[in-house]
Design a protein around this ligand. Structure first.
Ligand SMILES: NC(=O)c1ccc[n+]([C@@H]2O[C@H](COP(=O)([O-])OP(=O)(O)OC[C@H]3O[C@@H](n4cnc5c(N)ncnc54)[C@H](OP(=O)(O)O)[C@@H]3O)[C@@H](O)[C@H]2O)c1
Length: 262
């Protein structure tokens, strides 16, 4: 499907691996210039090489920690200068640590808020004037299916990510009609984060091998498998395109049907 994104400019926060990188790759395949940020220099270089090999547009990879307000503002500014504009913002983030309520202290709560909520606030605040000046664009936030149904031992994800949904719904009203704002709610996808968790479970002796460990993550998923990051990325690119021109304020689960609530 031609998404009609050829020549547009997009940025993806925390986009050097996993779901962020898959979203950047889908936007690059659709013809966008794409900028990503992350902290680790090797991951940045690998992401830049992969995106350059993916599409014909320009690629920018910037070292920036999304919990650092100045670094985030710098990333948005460098993207706008390099691409001479900005049409699409995609926000991803690192995953907050797992843990129960009683294991989680104030520092963990505030860090999760900076990582998951303030990173979106600051990115959108910095990007909005340019998107508005260009006559409009899109924002897509990558959150988690935990905003619909809480997941055991993930109190930070369950509680803090809901702030992103409240923010997304607010922006979908304040920024419309020029800017459409939506969210995707991923279920389990086979990114580095899941690979590490599966490998740790195999090492603990919870599973005989990686395949068995991965199969455990697909339990309760009607499609009987975890997602490929590409599948999430393509949903993000579609939401960013005019093919989804009447979607605004939607929180779209991408989870193989794992979420039971409507
Ligand atoms: N994968 C899943 O199944 C799944 C399901 C539901 C929700 N999610 C959520 O979706 C988001 C992405 O998950 P993922 O699986 O794609 O993770 P991932 O494979 O671990 O990738 C995380 C990416 O974020 C970057 N990052 C992390 N912390 C950062 C920071 N402070 N500043 C800048 N960049 C940062 C990482 O690069 P550096 O470390 O080099 O900075 C990396 O590029 C997370 O919030 C996760 O909780 C994932």
């Amino acid at each position: 499907m031609d998404l009609g994104l050829d020549g547009d400019a997009a940025l993806v926060t925390a986009g050097t691996a996993g779901l962020g990188l898959a979203s950047a790759a889908a936007l690059a395949r659709a013809g966008c210039d794409v900028a990503v940020c992350g902290r680790d220099a090797d991951r940045l270089a690998r992401a830049e090489a992969r995106l350059e090999a993916t599409g014909d547009g320009e690629v920018l990879a910037v070292g920036a920690d999304i919990t650092d307000p100045d670094a985030l503002e710098g990333f948005v500014g460098e993207t706008v200068r390099t691409f001479d504009g900005l049409d699409h913002v995609v926000t991803s983030a690192g995953g907050p640590p797992s843990g129960s309520f009683l294991e989680t202290d104030d520092e963990d709560w505030y860090h999760a808020y900076d990582l998951l909520v303030m990173s979106v606030v600051r990115t959108v605040r910095a990007a909005h004037p340019t998107i508005a000046e260009a006559g409009g664009g899109t924002v897509v936030t990558i959150t988690s299916r935990s905003v619909r149904e809480v997941i055991d031992d993930l109190v930070l994800s369950n509680a803090v990510r809901r702030g992103v949904i409240g923010l997304m719904k607010t922006l979908s009203r304040e920024f419309a009609p020029a800017v459409r704002t939506n969210a995707v709610l991923p279920g389990a996808h086979e990114t580095g984060r899941i690979e590490e968790l599966v490998e740790a479970a195999v090492e603990r002796g919870d599973h005989p091998d990686y395949e068995a460990g991965l199969a455990d993550w697909s339990e309760g998923v009607p499609l009987e498998r975890v997602g490929e990051p590409r599948e999430l990325g393509e949903t993000v690119a579609w939401l960013s395109s005019d093919r989804a021109s009447y979607l605004n304020g939607a929180a779209v689960p991408v989870d193989g049907g794992a979420t039971r609530s409507v």
